[in-house]
Design a protein around this ligand. Structure first.
Ligand code: CAA
Length: 260
């Protein structure tokens, strides 16, 4: 697969996707979103990939938002289409069979913060900055920021961030639950890869089902969520990994998971 705006590399069982427009602080135009759609479609059906890491090229930005030069002259219909494209790509990431770790290595603003929020786990460097600055441009978040931010940090904080357009630093993002952990910039990728390796060493089908149970459950009332959990818990007993994982525990040895 060849791309103009992203890079795809392998690191053991992990795929590393890098948004590669450092001169524009990795801003997302339609072409970049289409390439992300393509790469995540491929990764989603690649059994050899257990985990994905997504990051930004350069030392300054993860993604500084949707591309303002691209958006400036859009009419209402085209802007709605652009929002729907971004939302569809981020939904694909959120619902990818494999877990996705965002390694947030700098500015994560607007569409960049929205991309990070679509990932399963967010790790940030100390120099990362977060925000939804769209109101400063006379628009509002359009890649699901009004939906994912309140679900992650609560309605009050989400509204404050969206109405003021304020930027917060990595420690504040950690404090409000927007990121899982903060690392010195030079240690971020190694930490993301170590986490990816740990996740890849577990039962992959179980992780895929757990991801689905959390994501689906958050869209349901808790009784339905629990019923869904019981279904997929049952389903995990149809895998070789379940038998291997439990046998290995009882035989006091390390499990050799096959992902089936
Ligand atoms: N779109 C297009 N280009 C962008 C960009 C963006 N979102 N963010 C930065 N750039 C470009 C700049 O225009 C600049 O290009 P030139 O060198 O050609 O002038 C280059 O990246 C470097 O940026 P700065 O010179 O501005 O760098 P800085 O260090 O002074 O500031 C920054 C960094 C605070 C991130 C600043 O660039 C900034 O505020 N960027 C815009 C952030 C923003 O508003 N994001 C939200 C976009 S709207 C959105 O995302 C809608 C949605 O939800 C779908």
């Amino acid at each position: 697969m060849s791309f103009e705006n992203i890079l795809l590399e392998r690191d053991g069982d992990a795929a590393v996707v890098t948004i590669n427009r450092p001169k524009a602080l990795n801003a997302l135009n339609a072409a970049t979103l289409q390439e992300l759609d393509r790469v995540f479609t491929e990764i989603g059906s690649d059994d050899s990939v257990s985990v994905v890491i997504i990051t930004g090229a350069g030392e300054k930005a993860f993604v500084a938002g949707a591309d303002i030069s691209f958006m400036k002259d859009l009419n209402a219909v085209a802007a709605r289409g652009f929002a729907m494209l971004g939302q569809a790509v981020f939904n694909k990431i959120e619902n990818l069979p494999q877990p996705v770790i965002a390694a947030i290595n700098g500015f994560a603003l607007g569409g960049g913060c929205e991309l990070a929020m679509a990932c399963d786990i967010r790790l940030a460097s100390e120099n990362a900055r977060f925000g939804q600055p769209e109101v400063s441009l006379g628009v509002l978040p359009g890649f699901a920021g009004t939906q994912r931010l309140p679900r992650l940090v609560g309605k009050g904080l989400a509204k404050e961030l969206i109405y003021t357009g304020d930027m917060i630093d990595a420690n504040e993002a950690y404090r409000i639950g927007l990121v899982n952990k903060v690392y010195p910039a030079a240690e971020l990728m190694a930490a993301a890869k170590k986490l990816a390796e740990k996740i890849a060493s577990k039962g992959q089908v179980a992780i895929c089902l757990a991801k689905s149970a959390v994501n689906q459950g958050l869209e349901m009332d808790s009784a339905r969520g629990m019923a869904y959990e019981a279904e997929v818990f049952g389903l995990s007993f149809a895998t070789e990994d379940q038998f291997e994982g439990m046998s290995a525990f009882l035989e006091k040895r390390r499990a050799e998971f096959k992902g089936r």
